[in-house]
Design a protein around this ligand. Structure first.
Ligand code: GRF
Length: 208
């Protein structure tokens, strides 16, 4: 059973879904704690009512990125965390955390990377850009986190047909449904199937 920490800044619907799928034994993991930067995150209430320890750690309270990273690493160390799962976490993970957790941090992005990713591309901004581009297909990407925004090795992707969507909100809603399925599938796979990073892809079935 791998110990995971989920990081979330907002509603936490992906966090909730992962929690439920762990409870159903679909993901062999122990959800050890929730880390957030936002004391109003919806995820907090859900975590508390399910007796998951919650830590609110705001980068604004630290004088540098590395110090913020140290604060995160302290909790992660305390709970013996093996994997970090970002679920709508809006802050950049400090480099010292990425280094220590190299290829053990997962993120979900609500579009098909490398399109519509990078700094400033989060939440509804992603879906607005997709709509403005005229694309008829968007999707979901689960990837490993490296030091560049949305650029780490791709674990899994799934396309979502958005031809019937006429607003960014409609795209967001449709894409989120796929996120809820794909994140648990990707997490289960990466925790159980040997894999190796080749180029910018996670290739399964080949031990590292
Ligand atoms: C999701 O669209 C996720 O892809 C993005 O932020 C959103 C979080 O949604 N990174 P929720 O908080 O899990 O409901």
């Amino acid at each position: 059973m791998k110990k995971i920490a989920v990081f979330a800044s907002g509603t936490g619907s992906n966090f909730t879904k992962i929690f439920e799928n762990i409870k159903k034994n679909l993901i062999p993991a122990e959800l050890s704690c929730l880390i957030t930067d936002n004391s109003h995150a919806g995820a907090i209430q859900f975590a508390k009512s399910n007796r998951i320890p919650v830590f609110t750690i705001s980068p604004g309270n630290y004088s540098s990125g590395p110090e913020f990273g140290e604060a995160l690493l302290q909790i992660i160390g305390e709970y013996k965390i093996e994997w970090i799962v970002l679920a709508g976490y809006l802050k950049k993970i400090p480099d010292n955390v990425v280094q220590i957790f190299s290829n053990r941090i997962l993120n979900i992005h609500p579009a098909l990377l490398p399109a519509f990713g990078g700094k400033g591309m989060y939440g509804i901004h992603v879906h607005e850009a997709v709509l403005a581009s005229g694309a008829k297909v968007s999707g979901v990407t689960v990837h490993l986190v490296n030091m560049k925004y949305d650029a780490g090795p791709i674990v899994m992707q799934r396309a979502v047909d958005i031809e019937d969507c006429s607003s960014a909100a409609e795209i967001a809603k449709k894409v989120l449904r796929t996120e809820h399925d794909l994140y648990s599938i990707a997490l289960q796979k990466i925790l159980t199937v040997p894999s190796r990073v080749i180029g910018n892809r996670v290739v399964f079935g080949i031990p590292d």
